[in-house]
Design a protein around this ligand. Sequence first.
Ligand SMILES: Nc1nc2c(ncn2[C@@H]2O[C@H](COP(=O)(O)OP(=O)(O)O)[C@@H](O)[C@H]2O)c(=O)[nH]1
Ligand SMILES: [Mg+2]
Ligand SMILES: [Zn+2]
Length: 288
Amino acid sequence: MKYGRIIKLIGGQYTVLTDQNERLHVKPRGLFRHHAVSPKVGDLVTVEDTLITAVEPRKNDLERPPIANVDQAILIHAAREPEFSFNLLDRFLIRISMANVEAVIVVTKIDLLNEDELVALKEKLAYYAQYFDVHYTSVREPASLQAMEKLLVDKVSVFAGQTGAGKSSLLNAFDIRLAIEVGEISKALGRGRHTTRHVELLEVYGGLTADTPGFSKLDFTDQDIDNLAEHYPDFFARSHQCRFRGCKHLNEPGCAVKADLEAGKILRERYENYKLFHEEISQQKKKY
Ligand SMILES: Nc1nc2c(ncn2[C@@H]2O[C@H](COP(=O)(O)OP(=O)(O)O)[C@@H](O)[C@H]2O)c(=O)[nH]1
Ligand SMILES: [Mg+2]
Ligand SMILES: [Zn+2]
């Protein structure tokens, strides 16, 4: 009997990395199908002979990308190319929070900014740094990559971020043996073809990391509206001071979030995007 984690799934064939550092090629025992438990990448499993015979309960369970037991989502955002977007940053942060996963923000391609531009971006992101771990890096600046090592060791991570952000390039910079396709080739694989890509946890810097197209579903559904604000740690920290319980921080009187917004303690872009997301969800509701 062996114990390990599923690190790869291709065409019904699983690869398990055991606690003895062996790689086993296995199949799930037939029984799982009847119980609607389909082992997935990230699962901690028991293996007997060439069969997965038991799957541990999951601490979290992502659908897209399909990975279980993720410790953190590393949110990769380009400083430029594509242009940095706070709207997209907040969408990713909300999605990651809804999946019950820790988020880490990594701004990459900083070599594309001049000194003043970098200072300006860092000033705005200093607001986020109160609530999230924020890192700055570039594959062109090897020294900036070293800080990333501490981030990945002993953890199961997924790289998330829009196509072209620089996810695959970063992983390649960590370990050239990975030789992941970057740039034009991966762009061609982009939208609508995610299904052709398999999910795999790569051994990088003493941790397991998945390079995925990542959290493709960044629009919100009407089920999300009631607790949207809960996924804003900065709003949540203040909401106990709002006059009304369940305050949505929109037009309610005595709102502590709006008071701090006016006092300049909450980043205006972030609040404006929050209102925008609310509207987006309301529009969605009207369609039904
Ligand atoms: N200047 C610069 N370009 C980068 C950097 N990282 C990635 N790129 C380029 O950005 C493009 C997209 O990178 P890729 O890793 O494929 O992004 P992914 O879609 O998120 O995996 C490629 O043309 C890379 O060469 C960086 O740190 N600096
Ligand atoms: Mg890529
Ligand atoms: Zn409020």
